[in-house]
Design a protein around this ligand. Sequence first.
Ligand code: SF4
Length: 252
Amino acid sequence: MIAALEGEHVHVFPLRGRPFDLAELPSPYHAFAVRARFPIFPADDGAVRRTAHMMTVNACPYHCYYCSESASVAGRPIRFNHDPVRAVLDRVLEYVGYGAEAMFFDDSIFCGGNTKLMFDLCIALAEARVNHPANPWLEDTADWYRLEDLQWGAQLTVEYLTSLQSHEKALELLQTMRAAGCTYLYVGIESMSPVIMSKVHKNLHRADSPPGTTRCTWHCRWRRRPASAWAHPSCSVSRAKRAILWTRPSRA
Ligand code: SF4
């Protein structure tokens, strides 16, 4: 982006470079140690696992007005376009080779909402945990154990689970993710106020979407914890209470 000053005015000229594949960029952890530890990924001995961040796409395909991760702000989504399952799995193995014991997929929506990629990636990861494919990153028993024991998390949206998929498909996806080691699902519910939701360009269609997500995640025995619960001043007290109740920790 080029910004030019003219008196009190600033002229901004956004520039588009050539399209490129995410695999063309250097692996972020090639130069930096995996250091983060998030208590959402506990180890058996009570410690917190060393956690790597992973991205398969740099922007969200949705266009919520208030969000800086939207493709409207971030611009053209950059993904692993060429053989994405192999490319993402290779990055996962690389990060495990660097010592990652857990991984959080920071995609605004896991795999950019590409359902086929989600399924294919989870199946490939589950197979790799068992079959130990040849690769340049994992060599000894300790490396392979980290992969077999890897915990990971991802973000989905209420809309994705309850409106864009059938209930059966959503369950199948969650179970496939769980079989591949996913132990943590991050889902934002924003506001329970239809007045607010009607103004933020959030593509929610069903009034019962958050409870619908609850049913899915309980069905898969997923842990559910509140990250934060906030309400707009125009939210009624009862709607704010509903949001807080919905985000209460789950039993599983
Ligand atoms: S779905 Fe979530 S990440 Fe995507 S634009 Fe909306 S608020 Fe942002």
